[in-house]
Design a binder for this molecule. Structure first.
Ligand code: ADP
Length: 273
């Protein structure tokens, strides 16, 4: 890859407290300096708010392996798309454009950017019992349309990407943003994947921020799973998948701070390598 600028994938979460203006300013700085950057984003807190306002409160399911995800029936998927592909995606594109970055917003559906199998059934624990959910519109990313991303990056655009993905049967499927970002980083041969959230990284005693775990070796991630609760478990899993598949380092870092991406790249946060 001689002579080519490094590629960085940044995923900014959707939890309360993230400072999108600071994230965009930092992204703009890196793009101006010539970094090939792909921004992936979430929108969970806003989706919950809109769903409540529409009288369709969110529901979450916990798999038998202990991973939490959003129960996605058709109405939930449509609300999810309104917020992710609509409000959140266009908010980020608008901010980046105002900062001089030629951002282009795409969901995983567009150009079959993120493709994978829809889950046939989810074994979930409800009220202490295991139930089989068959109509959930969710799945995982197996393939990334790298040609489309290379086309855009090569022409000077900065892709701003969000779930849903597209199933092999061409249905929109809800998919985890951290794991989607990991798949993109692997597919692009990125030099780093930065996962920004509303915490400084993985905390040994959440929510005590003085207990930040500074580094984890990729083959020891399992040993740290017990510190993570709820959605942090999936984030760690995505990070470990990316490193094992060849991304040199993944950094879980603070999306509330000044220069969040540059600080993460400088090693502030939890570095998994
Ligand atoms: P985002 O949508 O911003 O990516 P998530 O909600 O998916 O963020 O994951 C981050 C959340 O994980 C934190 O806000 C925190 O509530 C939770 N969490 C659980 N366990 C931990 C831990 N050990 N260290 C840090 N955060 C944790």
């Amino acid at each position: 890859m001689s002579g080519q600028q490094e590629t960085i994938v940044v995923k900014v979460g959707g939890s309360e407290g993230i400072n999108y203006e600071l994230v965009c300013q930092d992204v703009a700085e890196l793009v101006r300096a010539g970094t090939r950057l792909v921004l992936v984003h979430g929108g969970s807190a806003e989706t919950n708010r809109v769903a409540e306002a529409l009288g369709y409160p969110p529901q979450f399911i916990t798999s038998t392996e202990g991973f939490q995800s959003r129960r996605t029936d058709r109405a939930t998927l449509e609300i999810f798309e309104m917020v992710y592909c609509g409000k959140m995606n266009k908010m980020l594109v608008e901010r980046l454009q105002a900062l001089g970055v030629n951002a282009i917003g795409l969901s995983g559906l567009d150009g079959r950017l993120l493709e994978g199998p829809r889950k046939k059934a989810i074994r979930a624990v409800v009220g202490g019992k295991v139930v089989l959910i068959r109509d959930d519109l969710s799945g995982r990313v197996e393939r990334v349309n790298v040609r489309l991303l290379e086309l855009l990056l090569g022409a000077g655009y900065t892709p701003v990407i969000c779930p849903p993905a597209i199933s092999y049967e061409s249905e929109a499927i809800n998919t985890d943003g951290d794991r989607a970002a990991a798949a993109i980083a692997v597919a692009l041969g990125a030099g780093a994947l930065v996962l920004l959230s509303n915490v400084p990284g993985l905390l040994r005693a959440f929510p005590d921020e003085s207990t930040l775990i500074r580094s984890i070796s990729a083959d020891a991630v399992e040993a740290y799973m017990s510190y993570a609760q709820g959605r942090m478990k999936v984030k760690l899993l995505g990070a470990a998948e990316a490193v094992r598949a060849g991304v040199p380092r993944v950094i879980l870092a603070d999306g509330r701070a000044e220069q969040p991406v540059c600080r993460a790249l400088a090693g502030e946060g939890t570095v998994i390598a």
